[in-house]
Design a protein around this ligand. Sequence first.
Ligand SMILES: Cc1cc2nc3c(=O)[nH]c(=O)nc-3n(C[C@H](O)[C@H](O)[C@H](O)COP(=O)(O)OP(=O)(O)OC[C@H]3O[C@@H](n4cnc5c(N)ncnc54)[C@H](O)[C@@H]3O)c2cc1C
Length: 306
Amino acid sequence: MLKIREHVPLAQRTTFGIGKTARYFVEVRTEEEIKEAIAWARAKGVSPVVLSGGSNVLLPDEELDALVVNVVSDDFSFADTELEAEAGCNLLHLIREAAERNLGGWEKLAGIPGTIGGAVRGNAGAFGPEIKDFVVRVRALDIELGETRELDNDACDFSYRHSFFKDHPEWIITRAWVKLGKADPVASKELIEETIRERERRHIQNVRAAGSFFVNPVAPKEVQELFEKEKGMKSREGRVPAGWLIEKVGLKGARVGDAVASEQHPNYIKNDGEATAAQVKELAQKIKDAVHKEFGIELQEEAVVL
Ligand SMILES: Cc1cc2nc3c(=O)[nH]c(=O)nc-3n(C[C@H](O)[C@H](O)[C@H](O)COP(=O)(O)OP(=O)(O)OC[C@H]3O[C@@H](n4cnc5c(N)ncnc54)[C@H](O)[C@@H]3O)c2cc1C
C-alpha cells in the first residue's frame, strides 16, 4: 500500500537546497509501486514528477502542484563482471561496491552525486568517461502505456549529456545493467578517492548547486579557435565550456541575492545562503543574455528547472 503524503518539504531533498513543498509525495521501490503511484496521480488529476537523488534539479519557490515520485529502490547484484542495479542506487555506492569485488573501469565517475537512474538519463560523465561507456541495457517503464521495456545501449541513444530518456520523460528508468572490467581493488579504491579529491580541489564537490547549470554549447568556429588559443586545449565535438563563456562575459562571481556564479567554476550556480529559485533563474537569464549578446550562443540548461 502506497503511503502518499501531503505538503512534504523538498529543499533538503535536493543538492541546491531550494524548493518549497510537494502537494503530494510518495516513495517508490518497485515497478508495481510506480504504476500504482501514476494511477493515483491520474485519478487525482495531478502530474507525476520523478525525483531521485535531487542533484540535477531546481525546484520552484512555491508548492509543486504534483505528485513527486521519489525513486528509492536500492538493490543491486553482481554476476561475473556485470552489475545489475535498481535505478535508485547511489552511483558512488555502486562504484565502491564494485571495487570491493575487484571490478572497475568507471572510477572517474566517483563523486557524481545522485543515482544510477539519474546518471543514465543525463548520461552523466566526468574527466572523460560517461555512464554510456558502461551501460549494457536499461529497463524502463512507459507510464503512458504502463509497459516495461529493456533498451540496449544503442536504443538508449546516448550522446553528450543526453539519452533517449531525456527526450521521453514518460519513461521511468527502473534498472540498469553495467559491464565492468577486472580491477585491482587497492588501485581501484585509490583511484576513487583520488577522483573525489580532484573534484574537491576543483570545487565541484559538495557544492549547494545542481552541478553544471548549462550544457557546454557547440560554438561557432571563431569562438572555438579563441578558446583553443586561450586555453591551449582542443575543444571537444566543437563544444566550448559554458564556464569559460560565463567568465568571458564578466559574470564569474556574479550574484543575484544568494545565487552566485561560482568564482572557481562559473558554470555552477550555487546557493550561497538562502537563494530562491527566482534568484537562480534571474542569474541564469542574465548569463544567457550576456553570452548570446557577446557570442551569439544560446546556452541551454543542463539542470532540470521545474
Ligand atoms: C556538486 C555536484 C556535482 C556534479 N557533478 C557532475 C558531474 O561531474 N558530471 C555530471 O554528469 N553531472 C554532475 N552533476 C549533476 C548530477 O549529479 C547528475 O546529473 C546526476 O546523474 C543526477 O542524478 P539524480 O539521481 O540526482 O537525478 P535527479 O536530480 O533526482 O533528477 C534529474 C532528472 O532526471 C530525472 N530522473 C531521475 N531519476 C530518473 C529515473 N529513474 N527515470 C527517469 N528519469 C529520472 C528527474 O525526473 C529529473 O528530471 C553534479 C551535481 C552536483 C550537485
